[in-house]
Design a protein around this ligand. Structure first.
Ligand code: SF4
Ligand code: FES
Length: 679
């Protein structure tokens, strides 16, 4: 794969020398213009003709890092760029400081990435977290003067905050371990750690034993089978796949698509060339849970990929990891080697005669590559731009073949579901006592950062009220820096929800009954939960709901807009960023919007121009407010509404769809911040 070769070259030289690109074209037979097309698309690739700096410090400028003063660090006059200029003059080297999108260390904001040309052998870059400007200036100065910089803040040595009742423990070592396994939090997710089992791929073994004992080969269901007949077929012949259905395991990457459906579709798709791709791009600001899974439980991810592969009839799996997670890439590569050694993958998976290979793929970089079709494009050595769909990836994915693309966490849950059954996973959901019948299913991880006592990664029962996660002693331990003001419940994607959400004041009995009926047509459990929520937290005449009462459940969030007549669709992702005290919401919303502007891939003109226009609107509003001349006419609101409509209609992917949400939610819920900066 060309992208991987480019990464290797950049890792070797610190940039992409022209001569190496020409050599690559000759060796691979790929025309140079195609190599140029790819290498110039990804900002992380540094081309020789752009004169890459000799020493570079990249400061994360997004969400939590912005909240923790990244803008000051990046200030041209008084921040680190001034230090870089002075060092350039003094040393004669090109030293540069610039902003970068989220580095996935939001729990230790601000996060900074430092690299120089010709890094020491085996080193990729140095990541520093939670440092003051003075400390960072010292680091930059040491690197510029060829002195040893202070040790980097590795993920391996940092024990991220996690559930207090699930402390870290070292997994059981087994004979195939060449290196001692890392301590891992005792989440339910970690089925091996919890059972004190060696990490011996027993879920894969369970399925391969099943295959070996079948009287006839496992055949995909006939094409014409559907509905209940199809379900009965899967239950009868592919019971472990059926467990995924029982579990109701939803994709953990944001969209929440049922994992069962993807696996079933690929299993049913004709052909023998099929792929599994694990999406470990994790570039949404505020998200860092996959960082911990990939580093501390790579065996679960590799096993999930193998399971998906042999259960759908695929022949190869790829674990696509963002390049800033170099410790994680290393851990996954070591784990794949271990899995091959014990026969869990490779040419003959546990003696079945079936081949399934697994490879780690180092991302060329860029938020948009987290979008599943853009990720596939990048893997095919093209510009990482989303595809128009249909066709879906389950029929026309990698190399135009049926492909399952699942998030890291989704795949990591699969071994436990295969070993213990889908109902065990489903039972892990939040239950109301009483009535115990009202419950939401499953468990999932959240990355929490910002104004909480213990930012970290927490495993929770789906449906746990937000209050419990943010204030509970065994989770984040409380809100700090003042009273809760807002929460970004899906990184920047859903904008900012206020601590008290204004709702439809005319929510009478009839409307409530209609809502519950409508939800009940899709799911009785969801309807029962909404009914209970309305009774408990929304007595007649209520004008607001308390955000902390809202359950951490994707379906509930999806029902909120229509039930409470919210101005903007609320979203729930894996990243929760908490804002307290007198935080300036307009400033945060502009920061979120800048992220979308910076990361738009440019394929759709309305997104490319609209995201810039949104930044301009937000920046103007803020400048006028700060100059004491706030905008009072509704034209900015109208502009945002028009851009929102256009982007909804014309965007190929979700980035364009959500880009207006930060400003739209800020305007809807925090109008006062547009008039006067909070103090
Ligand atoms: S919506 Fe934006 S990010 Fe998505 S494909 Fe279009 S230009 Fe690219
Ligand atoms: S590391 Fe800065 S927001 Fe994630």
């Amino acid at each position: 794969m060309i992208v991987q070769r480019l990464r290797e070259i950049q890792n070797r030289f610190g940039f992409l020398p022209d001569a190496e690109l020409k050599k690559l074209a000759l060796d691979s037979g790929v025309p140079l213009y195609r190599i140029e097309e790819v290498s110039s698309f990804f900002p992380a690739f540094k081309l020789e003709r752009t004169n890459p700096p000799q020493i570079e410090m990249r400061v994360c400028r997004d969400m939590t890092c912005h909240l923790r003063g990244a803008a000051d660090l990046l200030d041209e006059e008084n921040g680190l760029p001034a230090v870089a200029r002075a060092l350039s003059d003094e040393t004669g080297k090109t030293v540069c400081v610039e902003g970068v999108s989220c580095l996935g260390r939001c729990d230790r904001a601000p996060a900074v990435w430092v690299e120089k040309l010709n890094m020491p052998e085996g080193e990729h870059a140095w990541v520093y977290t939670k440092k003051t400007q003075e400390q960072l200036a010292g680091i930059l100065s040491a690197v510029a003067r060829d002195e040893d910089p202070p040790p980097a803040d590795s993920d391996e040595t940092y024990a991220a905050h996690t559930n207090e009742n699930r402390p870290y423990s070292v997994p059981v070592k087994d004979p195939a371990d060449e290196h001692p396994p890392l301590a891992a939090p005792g989440w339910s997710l970690d089925v091996y750690g919890r059972q004190r089992w060696p990490r011996d791929y027993r879920a894969v073994k369970r399925f391969t034993d099943y295959l070996k004992n079948l009287a006839r080969p496992l055949l995909a269901p006939p094409k014409e089978l559907g509905g209940k007949d199809l379900e009965a077929y899967v239950q009868r012949w592919h019971p472990m796949l059926w467990e995924l259905k029982t579990a109701n395991l939803l994709g953990m990457g944001g969209a929440g698509a049922p994992a069962y459906q993807k696996w079933l579709d690929v299993w049913r798709a004709p052909g023998t060339e099929k792929y599994i791709v694990c999406n470990g791009d994790e570039s949404e600001p505020g998200t860092f849970k996959d960082r911990e899974i990939l580093l501390r439980m790579p065996h679960l991810v590799v096993e999930g990929v193998i399971l998906a592969g042999i259960m759908t009839g695929a022949t190869a799996g790829y674990i696509y990891i963002r390049h800033e997670y170099h410790e994680q890439i290393h851990a996954v590569r070591e784990e794949i080697e271990r899995a091959v050694r014990i026969g869990a993958c490779g040419e003959d998976v546990f003696g079945t005669g079936r081949a399934f290979t697994v490879e780690a793929f180092e991302s060329p970089g860029g938020y948009i590559c987290g979008e599943q079709s853009a990720l596939i494009e990048a893997m095919e050595d093209k510009r990482g731009q989303p595809r128009n769909r249909p066709p879906e990836l389950t029929t026309n994915g990698l190399r135009d073949k049926p492909t399952v693309v699942n998030n890291v966490e989704t795949l990591a849950w699969a071994p436990g579901i295969v070993l213990f059954g889908g109902d065990k996973y489903e039972m892990g959901g939040w239950r109301l006592q009483p009535p115990a019948t009202v419950k939401l299913g499953g468990r999932r991880l959240f990355s929490v950062s910002g104004d909480v006592a213990k930012p970290g990664v927490y495993e929770v029962a789906v449906g746990l009220p937000l209050r419990e996660l943010l204030e509970g002693k065994k989770y984040c331990g409380g809100i700090v820096n003042g009273a809760l003001r807002a929460v970004a419940t899906s990184g920047p994607s859903g904008g900012l929800l206020p601590a008290r959400i204004p709702i439809d004041k005319t929510l009478d009995d009839k409307k409530r009954a209609d809502v519950v009926k409508r939800i009940g047509e899709r799911s009785a459990a969801d309807a029962a939960y909404m009914e209970w929520f309305l009774k408990t937290f929304v007595p007649m005449g209520t004008t607001h709901i308390d955000l902390l009462d809202v359950p951490l459940d994707l379906t509930f969030y999806r029902n909120m807009e229509s039930t409470f007549k919210l101005p903007v669709e609320p979203m729930l992702g894996a990243a929760l960023v908490v804002y307290a005290g007198n935080v300036d919401i307009l400033d945060q919303a502009v920061n979120f919007t800048e992220f979308y502007r910076n990361e738009s891939c440019g394929k759709c003109v309305p997104c490319r121009l609209g995201s810039q226009k949104l930044v301009q609107i937000g920046t103007d509003l803020m400048a006028r407010r700060d100059a004491g001349k706030p905008v009072t006419d509704p034209s900015a609101k109208t502009d945002i509404e028009q851009i929102t409509k256009t982007l909804k209609l014309t965007s190929i992917c979700g980035l364009g769809y959500v880009a207006p949400f930060p400003l739209a939610t800020a305007m809807a819920y925090f109008a006062a911040d547009f008039q006067k900066k909070p103090t």
